[in-house]
Design a protein around this ligand. Structure first.
Ligand SMILES: NC(=O)c1ccc[n+]([C@@H]2O[C@H](COP(=O)([O-])OP(=O)(O)OC[C@H]3O[C@@H](n4cnc5c(N)ncnc54)[C@H](O)[C@@H]3O)[C@@H](O)[C@H]2O)c1
Length: 278
């Protein structure tokens, strides 16, 4: 069930965090293809600049902004840049994310990083944007969470916990402000072919294999197309991998059975790993 309204991108102003590559880079490019003017934000100044320049070279409108998407002053500065350059922000894509550590072992600093980037960044951005959106009677918040936020992330407690929190926050925003013109979508992909999935420093090998074995690994561009199609129709839960809906239903219909199944899956992955190392 969607909110029935059609949302358009032509002439709209969008901010994309984590826009320097991966899903965020593809979102920025597809938004521009659809006529939006885009502020491409990333911690990595070179990558956000490259994405923004690529867009402008193809005739689109984009500026880059380097900074931490979880820092309140930085978020405020990116909103100010968008307003000054293009006009009021219509869409905020809270997409930057980190895959923080293995098991429950990560230090409190790593947990804090995951909580900051994967959750508090969303809360802080929404807090800054909502007053203007409510005054205008419109605005749209898109959260890139993960299938790990509906199911779990084998191998990483911080990622599982923070992505569940991101889903919870997006739900709350939609329930609380959906009748006042604020759109919210929550994107929950499984595997996507990006640095986050393949960089050993991000997800542990077990966690990455749990994702790649569970289903198709999509391209960032396919995910971006799916996200924009979902936003146009005001769909809350955007599932680039449709199978996730069945998995989520199975979890809801019999939680204990689902947990037993996940344990079996984890054991099978560990056994396969042990075999390749003997
Ligand atoms: N790749 C997958 O399989 C997958 C699956 C489900 C969800 N996701 C989510 O998709 C989102 C995008 O990840 P991706 O797969 O494109 O990975 P990616 O590593 O290619 O992109 C993430 C981008 O975020 C930037 N970033 C990290 N911390 C930041 C911060 N504090 N402020 C600003 N920018 C920051 C990085 O520099 C990078 O450019 C993340 O939220 C991730 O959790 C990814």
């Amino acid at each position: 069930m969607t909110d029935q309204s059609e949302h358009t991108f032509d002439g709209a102003v969008a901010i994309v965090t984590g826009g320097g590559g991966g899903i965020g880079g593809a979102l920025a490019e597809r938004l521009s293809d659809a006529g939006a003017r885009v502020v491409v934000c990333d911690l990595d100044a070179d990558s956000s600049r490259a994405v923004a320049e690529g867009i402008t070279e193809r005739g689109g409108h984009a500026v880059s902004f380097a900074g931490d998407a979880s820092d309140e002053d930085t978020i405020a500065a990116s909103i100010e840049l968008a307003e000054r350059t293009f006009g009021p922000v219509d869409y905020y894509f809270a997409n930057a994310g980190v895959a923080a550590g293995d098991g429950i072992e990560p230090s409190d600093d790593v947990w804090s990083l995951a909580l900051d980037v994967n959750v508090r960044a969303h809360v802080r951005a929404a807090r800054l944007l909502l007053p203007g959106w409510l005054e205008r009677g419109r605005g749209y918040f898109v959260s890139t969470a993960s299938a790990a936020g509906l199911l779990t992330q084998i191998g990483s407690a911080p990622y599982s916990v923070t992505k569940h929190a991101a889903v919870g926050f997006a739900e709350w925003l939609s329930v609380t402000y959906g009748d006042r013109g604020i759109g919210v979508s929550c994107v929950c992909p499984m595997g996507v072919d990006t640095k986050l999935l393949h960089d050993d420093a991000a997800l542990s090998p077990l966690a990455a294999r749990a994702v790649t074995t569970a289903g198709t690994v999509l391209s960032p561009r396919d995910v971006a197309d799916c996200v924009l199609a979902g936003v146009v129709t005001g769909t809350f839960l955007i599932l680039p991998h449709p199978d996730v809906l069945d998995m989520y239903r199975n979890k809801g219909s019999d939680y204990d059975r689902w947990i037993r199944g996940m344990r079996r899956y984890q054991n099978a992955l560990a056994a396969a790993d042990a075999q390749t190392h003997t």
